[in-house]
Design a protein around this ligand. Structure first.
Ligand code: 6R9
Length: 718
């Protein structure tokens, strides 16, 4: 049915250039009818693109749906397989009504992802090509590794891990900032068949402990400290606290490998546990720089990555080897129109799925040059990203809407200031002020000529941010790949192919090869044509996750039971008259703050762990920069008075238990919460109160105590 949508749309003639009126769009200002504005790639871009026309996309897409085995096995054959897969390319049961959910791709195939990222590319002559550029937080601090150098370092770490007893299938927790050692460690694990579980180094000790307890790692790999912006973060202290915590649950960590980062903290100031802790620099260089590969089955696990769901406990999303390898490599190549001469920069941290699939595996599998940036994107000022783009001649820049919006806001502030200064200049008061004005034009003071393709991920990108990204950052010549996907999907699902499609600002456009998105109604019935509903996927794809670690039942319940026969994404989606997809955000109790997924239940359970908090209900609320902010309704235990100190303490509790990125933006004191007679909190009402849409509260008659709502509104501004 999807093919019909695409066929029926009136395809714009390719290479017609930009729609003239778009050129007239003033910075960031929304147009009257967002949906009908098409932005076409230039003829020059399309002519050189990997997929250069809608017709070519259609042909490839059709084949991927009608003959998935042929389509994917042809692509998979470009990789190295010690032994080819068995009879079936894909073996799946995607329908809970037919029994246990099972997804297998290339089963029986024997390969290794690290070998395919490094050794295979070196054999193909890329040994001296830069694999990783590293740019430190402090301008001027940088480094690079060629493919051969990277392989040597990966082998040293792999040999060390083997030496301390890490074997195929063992878990290793990685809690590192964005330094080259992070992808190096991931690849070293992959080389020996160990399962890495990277934990974003912004997570608190308690969150880290929870993950250690769940996957019982053979080792934890970290760094003593890191500087992001001006702030030093003492990672080793957090790891110490986490290891102590998980010891209370009976899970002990025998080895903690610590990378010494002297820029952030001196060795002698780092707290140390003799016998357990060991400095990276003291041991790793001693190991041989070659290491035989552990050949694994395509369905052997590659990594575990914990993500938030709508209930309290984070879910260990498990990805396996063969399908993930083929899928991340292919999506990277097409969605970014990758060419061997590209310099690629993705601003995501390897602690999230984007850093797994599109900092590490996807690009390296393609033999790409990847930039790893340690610092904050606005340090020392909001021009840092474009400074880095110019320094390394970055051609593909992939980031999140929240960063686009915050840089846009800084840029806008500068526009006003600049206008003011221009007035001053006209008055001939001080010419130097005008020169200063030029300096603070964060984007335009840099050339950005090397940019070719832009990318967005993590949350829906609003059309005005899209236009700013396109017109200002990309000088109206770089297509934007707005890639919709998830930790669970492993790789891009709905994404523009930059040379093929006319784009609509804010729409993720069309499905990637092999992906069949469907929109279903509440009953799980597919809706055709122009419609809105729940976004589901029919049939598996190579990069799909295979289970939730240790809880296959939760995997089925969360993703395959809500709409039998489909994978349920948890997102809402609208399809317009031309078949373009518009993601509308999560429909479950997950909030997306600056592109980070946070379960409302996780924040609630952190809040109620505070001795003075009796009950909490958390909802998402629109936020100018972060996309969504966290809004918490809190009921205190009897007779405890509201106070500013308590408010701060509650926020601190969440920071400590989850991480700073999950801190509530607002605490709303609630003498009571709106509940149905059966005791269920009516979040619909809370969302309206949080958004100050008080005339849209809807039916409150089913509430056990309708007075509660009145009280909450009265306390709104306290
Ligand atoms: C890759 C990643 C997944 C959730 C997903 C959706 C949102 C991601 C998006 C997008 C609209 C996009 N999301 N990309 N929404 N347009 N281009 O972010 O994975 O951390 O698991 O988050 O993010 O709501 O369901 P993850």
């Amino acid at each position: 049915s999807y093919l019909r949508h695409v066929d029926s749309r009136k395809l714009m003639p390719n290479g017609a250039g930009h729609i003239p009126h778009l050129k007239a769009v003033i910075l960031g200002e929304a147009l009257a009818s967002e949906e009908d504005d098409l932005v076409l790639p230039s003829k020059e871009f399309s002519d050189q693109a990997n997929v250069h026309s809608p017709e070519q996309y259609m042909e490839m897409y059709k084949r991927s749906i009608e003959d998935p085995d042929g389509f994917w096995s042809e692509i998979a054959s470009q990789f190295y397989w010690k032994q080819k897969w068995g009879e079936k390319v894909c073996d799946e049961n995607f329908d809970v009504r037919d029994g246990k959910i099972k997804i297998e791709w290339f089963k029986g195939g024997i390969t290794n992802v690290c070998y395919n990222c490094l050794d295979r590319n070196i054999e193909a002559g890329l040994g001296d090509k830069v694999a990783l550029y590293w740019e430190g937080n402090e301008p001027g601090l940088d480094g690079s590794l060629t493919y051969s150098q990277l392989l040597n370092q990966v082998c040293q770490v792999a040999n060390y891990l083997k030496d301390i007893g890490v074997k195929k299938g063992d878990a290793v927790i990685v809690y590192l900032p964005m330094i080259n050692e992070l992808p190096i460690t991931m690849l070293a694990c992959a080389r020996i068949g160990a399962v890495h579980s990277v934990v974003f180094a912004g997570f608190s000790a308690e969150s880290l402990a929870q993950r250690i307890t769940d996957c019982k790692p053979k080792a934890v790999i970290t760094c003593n400290a890191v500087r992001r912006g001006t702030k030093p973060i003492l990672l080793k202290d957090i790891v110490d606290a986490a290891i102590n915590d998980s010891a209370k649950d009976g899970v002990s960590v025998d080895v903690c490998l610590v990378y010494d980062n002297p820029v952030a903290l001196k060795r002698e100031d780092t707290k140390w546990t003799q016998g357990r802790d060991i400095w990276w620099q003291d041991v790793i260089p001693k190991y041989p720089s070659t290491c035989p590969v552990e050949w694994v089955d395509a369905e052997d696990p590659l990594f575990l990555l914990y993500t938030s769901g709508s209930t309290g406990k984070p879910k260990g999303v498990l990805h396996t080897t063969g399908g993930y390898m083929v899928y991340t490599a292919t999506t990277f190549k097409y969605a970014f129109d990758y060419k061997p001469s590209d310099i690629y920069w993705c601003t995501a941290d390897c602690g999230w799925i984007t850093g797994h699939s599109y900092v590490t595996y996807g690009p390296l599998l393609n033999g790409a040059t990847v930039l790893v940036y340690e610092g904050a994107p606005n340090y020392p000022d909001a021009g840092r990203c474009w400074d880095i783009v110019d320094k390394y001649k970055v051609s593909i820049f992939y980031t999140a809407p929240t960063l686009v919006r915050s840089l846009m806001r800084d840029g806008e502030a500068v526009r006003y200031l600049y206008a003011l200064m221009f007035t001053v200049y006209l008055c001939e008061i001080d010419l130097r002020i005008n020169a200063f004005g030029f300096w603070i034009r964060y984007v335009t003071r840099y050339s950005r000529k090397s940019l070719r393709v832009l990318g967005s991920v993590g949350e829906p990108i609003n059309p005005s941010a899209w236009r700013w990204f396109y017109n200002v950052v990309g000088d109206s010549r770089c297509p934007i790949s707005d890639t919709w996907w998830q930790t669970e999907t492993g790789g891009f699902m709905i994404t523009p192919l930059p040379g093929a499609w006319a784009q609509k600002p804010g729409s993720a456009t069309f499905p990637f090869f092999g992906i069949q998105p469907v929109i279903v109604d509440e009953k799980g019935v597919e809706i055709d044509g122009e419609c809105s509903g729940y976004l589901c996927i029919k049939k598996s794809w190579p990069g799909a996750f295979r289970t939730l670690y240790g809880d296959h039942e939760r995997y089925e319940t969360t993703y395959f039971k809500p709409f039998a026969g489909y994978y349920f994404s948890g997102d809402g989606c609208r399809r317009d008259k031309d078949g373009y997809h518009w993601l509308t955000g999560r429909v479950d109790d997950v909030i997306n703050v600056s592109g980070h997924r946070i379960g409302t239940a996780e924040v609630e359970s952190a809040l109620v762990s505070h001795p003075q908090c009796a009950e909490a209900a958390v909802v998402g609320v629109e936020h100018e920069v972060k996309g969504q902010g966290i809004y918490a309704f809190v009921t205190l235990v009897d007779s405890v008075p509201y106070s500013e100190d308590l408010r701060k303490d509650l926020i601190l509790t969440v920071r400590k238990q989850i991480g700073a990125f999950a801190a509530p933006d607002k605490i709303h004191w609630a003498p009571g919460l709106p509940k149905t007679r059966s005791g269920k909190i009516m979040r619909r009402i809370l969302r309206k109160i949080a958004a100050r849409q008080l005339d849209e509260l809807g039916d409150t008659s089913t509430l056990a105590d309708p007075n509660v709502v009145k009280q909450l509104i009265e306390l709104s501004d306290s």
